[in-house]
Design a binder for this molecule. Structure first.
Ligand code: FES
Length: 106
């Protein structure tokens, strides 16, 4: 299973094993990681699963769809590498991916 690392705003780093086919958000929630809220459960309607995908990984995932782009306009502290983790599907190619969670979700 791919390993995905989440780094909180305070620098705390945690790596989880993610199941193929689940969302990156679900991989974090299964381990009760802080930094992601995921109020809507992955339906792209809350934006509380916002995270910053490490620059080394942002080009390796599919671009955001229209619904995700619309929701990203609602997040605080948006950056060029902002994504909604519920919209990123875990694939073998994501092994080693690093994301940072925003201060607004601490
Ligand atoms: Fe709600 Fe991702 S969990 S938008």
């Amino acid at each position: 299973m791919p390993n995905i690392t989440f780094i909180e705003h305070n620098g705390t780093s945690r790596t989880v094993e993610a199941e193929l086919g689940q969302s990156v958000m679900q991989a974090a929630m299964n381990q009760l990681l802080p930094g992601l809220v995921a109020d809507c459960g992955g339906y792209c309607s809350c934006a509380t699963c916002h995270a910053y995908v490490d620059d080394a990984w942002i080009s390796r995932i599919p671009p955001a769809g229209d619904d995700e782009k619309a929701m990203l306009e609602c997040v605080l502290h948006i950056e060029a590498n902002s994504r909604l983790t519920c919209q990123i599907t875990v694939t073998p190619e994501l092994d080693g991916m690093v994301l940072r969670t925003p201060i607004s979700q601490t």
